[in-house]
Write a protein that binds this ligand. Structure first.
Ligand code: GLN
Length: 191
């Protein structure tokens, strides 16, 4: 299994470390030529969705990656990655891949609560630790979307087919279960 990690901006190294702890191989996607190798899954890290969205377009990565996601490539977006996958962002006119039927709310917790930790139930995994950094949340989901976690009345993780998003950063915790969950999605996709 070989997982591509978008590495143009943000917290991509932590995802690489997580995958190596789980024994999965991965590679960084920085430019178009990186897409020539075989890719079984894609991780879009946290960072700044506006910056990542611009760099994706400037580097010519936007269209090929969007096509792969639309063709069913398993994708995992954390935080800014969630915003890049959202069909709509309630308080931002920008749209990026827009492949997932969710309405996200950007920088949703205000300045005071910019960063915080919580614990909440994640579907099938039990209680998982969650680190939020200027995080979005999911305001509403379409019919095809399965809600996986709710923290403080807000949807913070969801799945639609082979697309997984979390508003929090599982790569910044010691707990590998959410990444394992994504690797299981890739295995199911390959079966
Ligand atoms: N606030 C960032 C954005 O709007 C997301 C924060 C994060 O990825 N930690 O893109």
């Amino acid at each position: 299994m070989n997982v591509g990690i978008l590495a143009v901006q943000g917290a991509f190294i932590e995802h690489e470390q997580m995958l190596s702890r789980l024994g999965a191989s991965c590679f960084e996607i920085r430019q178009k030529s990186d897409l020539s190798q075989s890719m079984d899954g894609l991780i879009i890290p946290g960072g700044e969705s506006t910056v990542q969205g611009k760099l994706l377009r400037d580097l010519g990565l936007f269209v090929p990656l969007k096509e792969k996601i639309e063709a069913g490539l398993p994708v995992f977006g954390t935080c800014a990655g969630l915003l890049l996958l959202a069909k709509q962002i309630e308080n931002d006119e920008r749209r990026h891949f827009a492949t997932m039927d969710i309405v996200a709310v950007r920088n949703a917790y205000g300045r005071q609560l910019g960063s915080f930790s919580a614990e909440a139930e994640f579907d099938g995994l039990g209680t998982v630790p969650m680190t939020f950094i200027r995080a979005p949340y999911i305001g509403s989901v379409g019919e095809a979307v399965q809600v996986l976690a709710v923290a403080g009345d807000r949807i913070v993780a969801a799945k639609q087919g082979s697309q997984l998003v979390t508003a929090f950063h599982p790569e910044l915790c010691d707990d590998t279960r959410v990444h394992r969950y994504f690797l299981d999605m890739i295995r199911t996709n390959q079966a």
